[in-house]
Design a protein. Structure first.
Length: 136
């Protein structure tokens, strides 16, 4: 017998200071739309960024991993959205996977049964070179 897990839609959160600077979280808007289209819960507060990190552009994998280590956590009030559930994490851009891996670890630590990741863009090796200011 296959047991279907309840699914929540979470997202890669911005630190509150960065959100105030940008006034927009593209991952949140993508996750909101995916949740509405699927009819599954949208849980924008299931994961919280608990440590401000520097921008990842131009950082090699090891520095990216160090940058986001322990940067995310599941607040106690979001336990019901995570524990025993399959969680879909929505992120706008996947580069090395360091950020979504850190988010997935925080969710697993809080009892998520499974974590899936949906991204909408992929940065390929060589797309950004150190010292390059312009985007592709």
């Amino acid at each position: 017998m296959v047991k279907k897990l309840m699914t929540s839609k979470a997202l890669v959160p911005l630190h509150w200071r960065r959100f105030l600077e940008r006034r927009f979280n593209q991952s949140a808007e993508l996750a909101r739309t995916v949740a509405a289209m699927s009819g599954l819960p949208f849980a924008p507060d299931a994961v919280r960024r608990v440590k401000r990190t520097r921008q990842q552009v131009g950082l090699p994998l090891r520095e990216r991993e160090d940058n986001v280590r322990a940067a995310f956590g599941v607040p106690p009030e979001a336990d019901i959205e995570v524990r025993g559930r399959r969680v879909l994490v929505v992120d706008d851009v996947y580069t090395t996977g360091a950020t979504v891996s850190a988010v997935a670890r925080a969710l697993a630590k809080s009892g998520a049964k499974a974590v899936d990741v949906l991204t909408f863009a992929r940065v390929l090796p060589g797309d950004f070179q150190p010292g390059e200011a312009q985007t592709i």
